[in-house]
Design a protein around this ligand. Structure first.
Ligand SMILES: NC(=O)c1ccc[n+]([C@@H]2O[C@H](COP(=O)([O-])OP(=O)(O)OC[C@H]3O[C@@H](n4cnc5c(N)ncnc54)[C@H](OP(=O)(O)O)[C@@H]3O)[C@@H](O)[C@H]2O)c1
Length: 258
């Protein structure tokens, strides 16, 4: 793996399956060098024809130590980061009613879904600023985006911790958008709706039924490529003069209807 400094570099956390993998594919198709990270190394080669342009790094984003190693590897082996996509996330290991749910699951979900991205963003934003100040990379326009969810504003009483973690990511986006504007680093939030991935396998028939009954104005599941295309659009600066923006990629779910 030899990194050319003129190739833009994106880190997609949790890029080994589902939405993250879809995002990784869209960036590869635009000639980015793609780094993915997850707790488990994928069993098969995910990017066959893009081996020279991709790198897997094992990392649990909820661990401070693991994040430090991830960043060290990027600095040492790649030497540049243009785009951070905070995508990795989990639901609670078991759905439990709000009146019964445990602190253990709360802590598990919050550490991965909120604390991890909050500090990974802090650490990589500092690296982006450092790269900017060194001024060695031509046309360097870094950006940061976070995959939250419609759960940031939609109540699901059987997974309160998930909803709170996603609502927290909305504020995280606003905070970093505000702080990093002076460095010309736009920060965005993408709120996907119901997307067909391994995460939603277990609730497939439930959502098939709801979509069939008219839950969404656009009557289909979303797919990872839908999210990937939006992520690339943001990273390429095609929606200029924006930061802190929320993109609703949800088939119109957020539209109030009568
Ligand atoms: N699917 C949907 O309908 C939907 C809707 C709205 C928002 N989202 C959000 O979109 C994101 C991706 O969802 P998905 O449906 O693609 O989920 P998924 O299929 O379960 O994939 C999750 C990815 O995150 C990685 N991951 C989980 N915990 C991690 C950790 N601690 N450190 C590093 N990587 C970790 C997983 O790999 P390992 O397990 O190997 O670590 C995997 O690569 C999540 O944040 C999710 O909340 C999904």
């Amino acid at each position: 793996m030899e990194q050319k400094i003129d190739q833009k570099v994106v880190l997609v956390t949790g890029g080994t399956q589902g939405i993250g993998l879809g995002i990784a594919h869209e960036f590869l198709s635009k000639n980015y060098f793609v780094i993915i990270c997850a707790r488990h190394e994928p069993k098969e080669n995910l990017f066959e024809s893009f081996e020279e342009s991709s790198l897997f790094i094992e990392c649990d984003i909820s661990s401070n130590e693991s994040r430090a190693k991830l960043i060290e590897t990027i600095k040492k082996n790649v030497g540049r980061i243009d785009v951070l996509v905070n995508n990795a996330g989990v639901g609670p290991p078991e759905r439990k009613d709000l009146l019964e749910a445990s602190e253990k699951f709360f802590e598990y979900v919050m550490k991965i879904n909120l604390q991890g991205p909050y500090f990974l963003t802090q650490q990589l934003a500092n690296y982006m600023i450092e790269l900017q100040e060194k001024g060695k990379i031509l046309n360097y326009h870094p950006s940061i985006m976070t995959i939250s969810s419609i759960s940031a504003f939609t109540s699901s009483t059987s997974r309160g911790e998930y909803c709170i973690s996603k609502a927290g990511l909305s504020m995280m986006t606003k905070l970093y958008a505000d702080r990093l504007a002076e460095y010309n680093i736009p920060v965005y939030e993408i709120q996907p709706g119901i997307i067909e991935t391994p995460m939603t396998k277990g609730v497939k028939s439930k959502y098939d039924k709801l979509i069939g009954e008219g839950l969404l104005p656009i009557k289909r599941w979303g797919n990872p490529a839908d999210i990937g295309k939006a992520a690339v659009t943001l990273a390429e600066g095609l929606i200029p003069y924006t930061t802190g923006q929320v993109l609703n990629l949800d088939g119109g779910f957020h539209v109030r209807r009568l």
